[in-house]
Design a protein around this ligand. Structure first.
Ligand code: DQA
Length: 148
């Protein structure tokens, strides 16, 4: 079964209690369970990882090559700052869908810039935890079209 890496960046371990008015009350564990179940329904196995450390996220992206067929990435605040994450994604050449729970374009101007977007298939933001499932659907469709 094709495998997808769902990768979460800094502070997303606090989902459920972190600024619930912005990020909702769904915990990371709930997000991950929903991703695994949704992946299964689309014939994909899903592995979820979270780190607060930029280098660990780079390592996880490198390790994804040859193991996973695509990545769903919420890089948290590193979205707006990390050339290293962007370079890692370019290096492994795996299809990536960028996710944000909140609508980053409706928030502070520093959140409007994404270093991930130029190397991603696309970006899904503003739909809360549902965004991860939409991202899995987008990846599944992309992979099916690519393999057709
Ligand atoms: C976020 C948006 C980022 O701007 C922020 O730094 C996060 C979460 C989101 O999911 O909405 O940590 O990626």
């Amino acid at each position: 079964m094709n495998s997808i890496l769902v990768l979460h960046g800094p502070n997303l371990n606090l989902l459920g209690t972190r600024q619930p008015e912005v990020y909702g009350t769904t915990t990371l564990e709930m997000v991950n369970s929903a991703c695994v179940a949704h992946g299964q329904s689309r014939g994909l196995s899903v592995v979820c990882l979270q780190s607060n450390h930029e280098g660990a996220l780079v390592d996880a992206i490198h390790a994804a090559k040859g193991v996973h067929v695509g990545i769903v990435l919420n890089a948290g605040a590193y979205t707006h700052t990390s050339i290293a994450l962007r370079d890692a994604l370019s290096s492994v050449e795996l299809p990536v869908v960028e996710v944000h729970l909140s609508n980053i374009h409706a928030r502070e101007s520093f959140r409007h810039v994404s270093h991930i977007a130029p190397v991603a298939l696309g970006q899904i933001c503003g739909f809360g935890a549902q965004g991860y499932l939409l991202a899995l659907d987008a990846l599944a469709e992309h992979l099916a079209a690519r393999n057709a």
